[in-house]
Design a protein around this ligand. Sequence first.
Ligand SMILES: Cc1cc2nc3c(=O)[nH]c(=O)nc-3n(C[C@H](O)[C@H](O)[C@H](O)COP(=O)(O)OP(=O)(O)OC[C@H]3O[C@@H](n4cnc5c(N)ncnc54)[C@H](O)[C@@H]3O)c2cc1C
Ligand SMILES: Cc1cc2nc3c(=O)[nH]c(=O)nc-3n(C[C@H](O)[C@H](O)[C@H](O)COP(=O)(O)O)c2cc1C
Ligand code: SF4
Length: 662
Amino acid sequence: MDFPHLFAPFAIRDMRLKNRIIMAPMESHLGNADGSVSKEAIAYYRERALGGVGMVVVEYTCVDGQEGFSSMAPQLRLDSPFYRSGHGKLAAAIQSGGARACVQLSHAGRQSRESVLGRQPVAPSAVPLKSLYLNAVPRALEADEIPHIVQRYADAAALAAQVGYDAVMLHGAHGYLLQQFLSPLVNRRDDDWGGDFERRLRFPLEVVKAVRAAIGNMPLLYRMSVSDFIEGGLTIEDGEAIAPRLCEAGVDAIDISCGSLDRVDVIVEPMSIDEGWRLPMARRIRAATGKPVICAGVIRRPEMAEAAIAAGDTDMVSLGRALLADPLWPNKARMGRTDDIRPCTSCNWCIKETGGNRGVSCAENPRCGHETDPPIDDFGQGLRAVVVGAGPGGIAASLLLDQAGFAVTLFEKRHGAGGNLITSATPPNKEKLFWYHDFLQRRLAASRVDLRLGVEATADHVDAERPDVVVVAAGSKLAPLALDGVGDVPVHPAFALLLGDVALPPSSPERPILIYGGGETGTETAEHLAKQGHHVLLVSRSDAALLARNAEPLYRMHLLQRLRANAAITVADHSAVTGIDGDAVILQSKGETRRQPAAALLLAHGLVPDTRIADALAHLPVPVVPIGDSVRVARIGEAVRDAYRCVQDLRRTINQPEAIAC
Ligand SMILES: Cc1cc2nc3c(=O)[nH]c(=O)nc-3n(C[C@H](O)[C@H](O)[C@H](O)COP(=O)(O)OP(=O)(O)OC[C@H]3O[C@@H](n4cnc5c(N)ncnc54)[C@H](O)[C@@H]3O)c2cc1C
Ligand SMILES: Cc1cc2nc3c(=O)[nH]c(=O)nc-3n(C[C@H](O)[C@H](O)[C@H](O)COP(=O)(O)O)c2cc1C
Ligand code: SF4
């Protein structure tokens, strides 16, 4: 066994776990609109239980269907016996999959919306919330309302015990109601429920005691933001004082998390954050309580999970996004097949999709959230498929078609596969995307796909393969841009630089590399060049406040902080490149035209779908399916999802007999 500590059994109270791997609670939005458990939710959780985790923690489950939903509603509920049967089936499905079943009980307090609740959100005090995701003005709870909320947690926990869950977790993290009472910034009361440390602690302690009384000897876990990471908020020192008190009141294990809606970047960390960064905090809480701790947050590789447990930083690890990307993570680790784990890159496409109410999904794992889909069987046996373009969309389509039994030819005009996945991964702090790139390369090498590198596919190439289906994953190209004049400033697409296809001359502050376009490509290229020692002038038509506006918001927050602090990057906003004149670029800036000497001009003003090959193939008598950026310029997740949808649709349509004869 490669990971003896990770796969050593463990016990919380009397509950035996087969290993140290917990599935973190993650809102799936797979429940029914009324908050009950759906068959899709059951399939999603069961697939992860079958993947080998020791325990599954079912997502945010609301204890109060009137005031407890967060802004992410609709959410699962367990606030009345009506919800019993769904949760009973869910717990049983997880258990029959080989894992323990725990449910996370939560009340959002101020982190909700009037439009969701139909009434003003409640909080310890009427402190407004202004965050990246939500603005809200709550009303302060009356003192006599608070014991009723305590009772709701206890009632929900009693229902959880009745329906057969093995354990209950209180959601005391991420800025929800339990944390609001603890926070000196949010709890400004001066009564029995707030005013000093002891009184702020009262609500969580009452909830723990009430829940303990309701569930008897069942294990009780508490998910805690051990630090707020905001000035004046809760610190790790507060965490060290609070956690032992919770344990004295009846908590059996602490699950280490951080942040609130004010700092979502420390809850679901963007890809610039290091693996295992919370482990030192877990270690401190473990020492302070003497109780088992579970550490969540960017635990990605079994090697580092093993090392963390072996070093005594944590007793268990909690995997969130890693299990969206690959439900089989635990089993693959146990079998030593670590290279086969589909690696979560922290790209946070899942957050955008789940927040957008489309249901949980993963950029790399298109089956995530669609576990009721039939598996891809060998419906393509004896058929031939051609795929044009070996970016993430084309590689995913090729692998799925290969899985379906097609003989697949994959054309790629460059001398390596990867497409704009390489462009995406090259800038600083994005190297996790190379994990996915390398994974796809390994999968491609292990497949039967006939990869033809260095071939720019034409209609003739495709015709010659006599395909039964063609998938066009040709990606994007630069949007048209008219530049006046002539000159000797080298001009290249920025993506070509990131792909390593062009070399640049030296630059200086007087003669920088000029990048045109303040979007994600422009800003990331600027950082990339600055890291290589270049001087960069980043020209944006919009205001500097809108730089990289389409980037993932949490990643963008960190990107902008780094850009502002980078002395090698100057921003010219409200400016446009109109032409080239000799060794300079012509800039129109706030009504003035000027010559800006430049060592090179990199174009990052926008991309459009490349439809050339799809148009050339329109005459073919077989399905020609465009996917990914060649349909609309988007993200890796859309390209991979298109690939999956395309193959699932083919399963239903290609060579299928007509359903009716008349
Ligand atoms: C700077 C930058 C940063 C980005 N960062 C992120 C990010 O952090 N996260 C994210 O999700 N997305 C990011 N994206 C977007 C992401 O890279 C794309 O959405 C994704 O790569 C699209 O995949 P695709 O397979 O559709 O196309 P592509 O990745 O563009 O692949 C298309 C492939 O087709 C090949 N091709 C084209 N025509 C032919 C032909 N006729 N014959 C043979 N081969 C052909 C091309 O050479 C290319 O390899 C970023 C994009 C850029 C430019
Ligand atoms: C889509 C999604 C939904 C989440 N929902 C919850 C939730 O319901 N309750 C909770 O405590 N944490 C939630 N989280 C946070 C995760 O449990 C986890 O702590 C976080 O993603 C960091 O761990 P990871 O790097 O392993 O993903 C969610 C995370 C994601 C990605
Ligand atoms: S979408 Fe990105 S962050 Fe989310 S689970 Fe998948 S790889 Fe990880």
